[in-house]
Write a protein that binds this ligand. Structure first.
Ligand code: 13P
Length: 232
């Protein structure tokens, strides 16, 4: 694993090299406790500790230790309550809804952001998905004050539902699968058109470029939809 100075130096170097003028975070998504500790030590600027599958007391205990460490170091800490499901053994379950009182207990530890299940799941949504539970979101918002809420499983949630969730306190939306699909489609098109067989089209820098550009386009579309353009 890279040491603290190496990771921090790499990120700083990239920011300068790519002339990035907006604030960027190096964030760990769905970390275990040990993973979060390792990333804090490695110099990440933001970590998520996902203790949602642990008994509540253990989630609280571990989140608290990480909150205290992150506060000292000026790092963001995202916690999770009420696990966010997804496909398991080929079966896509309905998303869980977190208990607002449990959310309050974790929120009161002083977390920077809180991810809580409101019927959302990772990956594709089943055809009979009931949609986001705005009742749960309202209940969570009522007891967590101004803490930014995080909506995981952003892929495939209808635009109107995401916008409504944002209007009700969601400040971060995680979208992964949709970016992967965009990459897959563009890369498939490149290869199916035989472009990897023309000239130096096999060069990974050429082969992977359409996929990377497709992810960029998807991210731009999401930023428009979420209303985050120019807000950095
Ligand atoms: P999707 O892959 O469903 O967009 O979810 C991403 C996510 O929540 C990562 O934490």
């Amino acid at each position: 694993m890279c040491g603290y100075k190496t990771v921090v130096g790499m990120v700083k170097g990239m920011i300068e090299e790519l002339n990035i003028t907006v604030p960027v975070a190096l964030h760990l998504d769905h970390g275990t406790y040990d993973g979060a500790v390792a990333c804090i030590k490695a110099g990440f600027s933001s970590v998520m500790f996902d203790g949602s599958s642990l008994p509540l007391e253990e989630n609280i205990e571990k989140t608290k230790i990480l909150v205290d460490a992150c506060n000292v170091l000026g790092i963001s800490l995202e916690a999770e309550v009420g696990s966010i499901g997804g496909e398991e053994d080929g079966v896509i379950g309905q998303g869980e809804c977190a208990d607002p009182q449990e959310c309050k207990m974790v929120n009161d530890l002083g977390v920077t952001m809180l991810a809580a299940g409101i019927g959302n799941i990772h990956g594709a949504y089943p055809e009979n998905w009931a949609g986001l539970s705005f009742e749960t979101l309202e209940g969570i918002r009522a007891v967590t004050g101004h803490t930014p809420l995080v909506l995981h499983g952003g892929t495939g949630i209808p635009a109107e539902q995401v916008k409504k969730a944002i209007s009700m306190g969601v400040a971060k939306v995680n979208v992964n699968t949709e970016c992967q699909w965009a990459f897959q489609k563009a890369t498939r098109e490149y290869i199916e058109a035989g472009k990897d067989l023309e000239g130096k089209g096999f060069d990974p820098r050429k082969l992977l470029a359409p996929g990377a550009a497709a992810i960029k386009e998807t991210v731009k579309e999401k930023m428009e939809l979420f209303g985050s353009v120019g807000k950095a």
